[in-house]
Design a protein around this ligand. Structure first.
Ligand SMILES: C[S@@+](CC[C@H](N)C(=O)[O-])C[C@H]1O[C@@H](n2cnc3c(N)ncnc32)[C@H](O)[C@@H]1O
Ligand code: SF4
Length: 393
């Protein structure tokens, strides 16, 4: 147990955490009915020139917030970044290299939709510096893909994986389970097929019916809790037997294949977000701020190039009370948790500021009693929302 007595929280950082860059590409061929990401159905061609000009303006206005810092990873997410031409992607990465100090072997991930994968273009993305591709497979079953409103079928999913594996060494497959009408056997078949490609990383998400989506308005019939729990059990067993270690709620990796970009989020590192709706979290010696850009792609593009800061929708200092919760919300997603010392390093606060919550969580059997680590117990892992809620101010 941690004593409740002691000094008031300190709010000074002695060093800054690693910095990542997130880039949002907001367009998709079609909006999937389950998706609540900031993604917009493309009416015409991607407005690449306008987008890149706005991206440059967005980045240049943000540079004073990260002067001199090294960027350890870049994640180009969406939306569907694989709608960008090879030329546009190359220009984008050249822009980042010209403006920022990017670690020479930085992880550079690009998200791709199997319906937009062309072999030649993927080789060119890799030649420009993309070294990790994350494919939105979701399922290999044509019926399931249709129910999800996907623009690709199972055959295209397999082809896209082969193309991605030829282009880069690090490939992630996104799969969803607990799909409309899905049986445990169908989930097992999807997983078996995904594992047969031996990619280094798998992201396996339980389908959630998000507010303000077509699925929220017209809910499909999805598996009940017992069935989806059986799917989770089979995922745990099969991935572990196949050599993928679950290191986060939805992330499974072979040795050396963890997603460094996402790890930096979960370890409460810093990230600058550029592009419409992109979020950032940036540390300074005396404060930590959150930033969000305008969500609407046209408004973001028009405002960014004015260079008057009007493309920033929100910028605020994170209050000490929120910091403790945000840190634990992320850290406890990691199966192995984080060293307790990183709390002070990354928040500037004393661990004493969250001592009551720690003591409560330990006494409920949700948090390991080890004072040198914050890690969920098996019970806390099963009821992660309850454990995280203990840290709400
Ligand atoms: C931002 S999407 C990007 C991938 C790419 N746009 C695609 O769909 O091919 C990242 C991943 O989040 C997952 N995802 C999106 N909406 C979800 C939902 N409602 N429930 C569970 N997972 C979801 C999907 O697996 C998706 O591949
Ligand atoms: S392709 Fe991906 S980002 Fe686009 S709507 Fe579908 S799930 Fe969302």
């Amino acid at each position: 147990m941690i004593p409740r007595v002691g000094a008031a929280p300190v709010s000074k950082l002695t060093s800054l955490p690693p910095l990542s860059l997130y880039v949002h590409v907001p367009w998709c061929v079609r909006k999937c009915p389950y998706c609540d990401f900031n993604s917009h159905e493309l009416k015409n061609e991607v407005p690449e020139r306008e987008y890149l000009a706005a991206l440059q303006a967005d980045l240049e206005q943000a540079l004073p917030l990260v002067w001199g810092r090294q960027v350890v990873s870049i994640f180009i997410g969406g939306g569907t970044p694989s709608l960008l031409s090879a030329r546009a992607l190359d220009d984008m990465l050249s822009l980042f290299r010209a403006c920022m100090n990017i670690l020479p072997d930085a992880e550079i991930t690009m998200e791709a939709n199997p319906g937009t994968v062309e072999a030649g273009r993927f080789a060119e993305y890799a030649a420009s510096g993309v070294n990790r591709i994350s494919l939105g497979i979701q399922s290999f079953d044509d019926q399931a893909l249709k129910a999800l409103g996907r623009i690709h079928d199972g055959r295209q999913a397999c082809d896209a994986i082969a193309i991605a594996q030829r282009a880069v060494q690090r490939v992630n497959l996104d799969l969803m389970y607990a799909l409309p009408q899905q049986s445990v056997e169908a989930c097992a078949q999807d997983l078996k097929q995904a594992m047969s490609f031996e990619t280094g990383h798998l992201s396996l998400y339980h389908l959630t019916l998000e507010p303000n989506t077509v699925f929220a308005k017209y809910p499909p019939v999805v598996p009940d809790d017992d069935t989806s729990a059986a799917m989770q059990d089979l995922i745990t067993e099969a991935t572990s037997a196949g050599g993928w270690e679950q290191y986060e709620v939805s992330a499974y990796a072979k040795p050396g294949q963890r997603c460094l970009h996402n790890l930096n989020y979960w370890e409460f590192g810093d990230y600058l977000g550029v592009g419409p709706g992109a979020h950032g979290k940036l540390s300074f010696h005396d404060k930590i701020i959150r930033q969000a850009k305008l969500k609407n792609p046209s408004s973001w593009m028009q405002n960014a190039v004015r260079r008057d800061g009007s493309h920033v929708a929100e910028e605020r200092v994170i209050a000490p009370g929120e910091l403790g919760f945000e840190f634990m919300l992320n850290a406890l997603r990691l199966k192995a948790g984080v060293p307790a010392s990183s709390f002070r390093e990354h928040t500037g606060l004393s661990v004493l500021s969250i001592a009551p919550a720690i003591n409560r969580a330990v006494s409920k059997g949700l948090l390991e009693p080890d004072p040198s680590r914050f890690q969920a117990t098996p019970l806390g892992w099963r009821f992660l929302n309850d454990l995280q809620a203990e840290f709400l101010d």
